[in-house]
Design a binder for this molecule. Structure first.
Ligand SMILES: C[S@@+](CC[C@H](N)C(=O)[O-])C[C@H]1O[C@@H](n2cnc3c(N)ncnc32)[C@H](O)[C@@H]1O
Length: 293
């Protein structure tokens, strides 16, 4: 089944406008303007609305990623927003990073809800969930809030500290934090015969393990998914992979998952994730595939 996923009503987040390779967003009470390579169309809102941004990210000459934030007086470097969807209540600390990121991918909201619901539906008394490339932990906390025994793995220590702050701000505890290379850890877990009722992956196009291990999406994804198959409890599981690499079609994911997980009993859902702005235009921000037993 091919589907398009987007955010539900979330008072603390809104995509206001996008265009001219930029996006204008509200996180809580602060409005941010930052680069968005996919937004090749014209902006809808007048320049006066964009100029009202409390923080604007200016890219450094010749750099795709690095740059500086220009802050209006009173704009903090860090702030906290709420996320309340049904029974799922989380709080996220946001911060202005040197790479236009703020520590959260709001378009992942539909996947956080999927993780929360799927964790609750597992037969296991305390489902074991593994979150790979876990960043600041929103997906980790969605599973933990539903009662899972969660392992959060990322290769960057500071990112795990940030995720731990989000756990404490969300009044949760008991997450297992790992600073490891995802591929290395999964290989070891397969050798150990470990099984999980939930697997979550959100690999970048390119990355490094803590000891410089290279991660290149198109070269390693096939093998990583084959290893993940060995870790999944065949009787009782959910699986979610999200990709945000430009130009990586959801059909690639569909072929890989169809080959590697042929015995999927439930629905295999693939598709695109997008955010819509005030003009109801859709900003595509990733592809996904998810299924459950
Ligand atoms: C952008 S994030 C994923 C977003 C996250 N899942 C979310 O929705 O919040 C990609 C993460 O992968 C981590 N990473 C990159 N290479 C890695 C590797 N080889 N092993 C483990 N984590 C890695 C990065 O540190 C980064 O936090």
């Amino acid at each position: 089944m091919y589907s398009f996923l987007t955010t539900g009503t979330w008072p603390d987040y809104e995509l206001l406008d996008a265009g001219n390779f930029e996006k204008l967003e509200r996180f809580g009470r602060y409005v941010l303007a930052r680069p968005e390579p996919q937004a090749i169309w014209d902006q809808h809102l007048p320049p006066s609305e964009w100029e009202r941004a409390h923080a604007t990210f200016r890219r450094e000459k010749g750099s795709q990623e690095r740059g500086q934030w220009q802050l209006k007086p009173g704009m903090p470097e860090q702030w906290v927003i709420n996320y309340d969807q049904g029974d799922l209540h989380l709080r996220f600390r946001l911060g202005l990073s040197a790479f236009k990121h703020v520590g959260l991918f709001p378009e992942q909201d539909p996947n956080w809800r999927f993780i929360f619901e799927q964790t609750k539906q597992r037969k296991a008394a305390q489902p074991r969930v593994l979150n790979l490339f876990a960043y600041t932990g929103a997906a980790t906390l969605a599973a933990r809030a539903a009662g899972a025994d969660v392992t959060h793995l990322d290769s960057v220590k500071q990112v795990n500290f940030w995720a731990r702050d989000n756990m404490e701000a969300s009044q949760l505890d008991g997450v297992r934090w790992l600073v490891e290379d995802a591929m290395k850890y999964v290989r070891r877990e397969v050798k150990r015969g470990s099984k999980y009722q939930g697997l979550i992956l959100d690999p970048p196009a390119y990355g490094r393990g803590p000891n410089g291990e290279k991660w290149q999406l198109e070269d390693e994804l096939n093998e990583l998914l084959k290893l993940c198959k060995e870790l999944l409890d065949p009787q009782d599981h959910f699986f979610l992979i999200n990709l945000y690499s430009l130009g990586f079609s959801a059909l690639i994911l569909d072929n890989l998952v169809a080959d590697i997980f042929p015995a999927i009993r439930g629905t295999r859902e693939i598709g695109e994730i997008y955010l819509h702005d005030q003009g109801q235009r859709k900003l595509p921000l990733g592809t996904f595939c998810r299924f459950s037993s």
